[in-house]
Design a protein around this ligand. Structure first.
Ligand code: PCA
Length: 195
């Protein structure tokens, strides 16, 4: 049995729920040959990434997938790249709003995801659900978590990546795209089966 650590975020930006954690929480405890460990992490710079690293040091996962909300996106989007930049439009859940600040001052400019992101997109599409590659995880906490983890696990056997998911229907008046929890869980499950 292999180990997958999968995380979702707490709500942020005035939302009452975060579809990333709601969906992660609803995943089966075992998918294919992976035992699934689920973790909710704070939408707070540094603390979110630290929580993932701490749990990873405890359970030695083969793969880490972080899932986050991308309100306004209409598809489940595996992220291709994390960049060394924080440039927040809104404060994180502890009021920190870094502008034009590197995540790791002497770190690489960027790292590529080490997940099978193309296969994941294909697998989700095969379920009849919308998916696409994304080449920007933004410049808020999600990108910071992705970049920090790719930096931390570079050169190790641990595969690391990030998947953004749309709003749930109850988060929008219909003017923004959404996927239900059932659809999002189905998409994440299909993605995990490509590992
Ligand atoms: N989405 C935010 C941070 C937490 C989340 O779920 C982001 O895309 O940066």
């Amino acid at each position: 049995m292999k180990n997958l650590l999968i995380t979702g975020f707490e709500p942020f930006g005035g939302e009452k729920i975060n579809p990333s954690w709601q969906s992660v929480l609803a995943l089966d405890g075992q998918i294919g040959e992976y035992a699934i460990t689920k973790l909710e992490i704070p939408t707070v710079f540094k603390k979110g990434a630290y929580a993932v690293i701490k749990k990873a040091e405890e359970i030695n996962p083969d793969v880490i997938i972080c899932v986050g909300q991308a309100g306004g996106r209409g598809a489940v989007t595996p992220e291709a790249i994390g960049i060394n930049l924080m440039d927040a439009n809104i404060p994180d859940n502890e009021g920190y709003k870094p502008i034009n600040t590197p995540i790791i001052p002497d770190g690489e400019n960027a790292y590529f995801s080490t997940l099978p992101i193309r296969e994941m997109v294909e697998a989700i599409n095969k379920e009849g659900l919308p998916a696409g590659l994304s080449y920007s995880a933004g410049v808020f906490v999600c990108n910071e978590v992705l970049y920090t983890l790719l930096h931390r696990f570079k050169g190790t056997k641990v595969r690391v990546g990030f998947i953004h998911v749309p709003f749930f229907p109850e988060q929008t008046d219909g003017s923004k795209p959404s996927l239900t929890k059932e659809q999002t869980v189905k998409a994440l499950t299909a993605a995990i089966k490509t590992l």
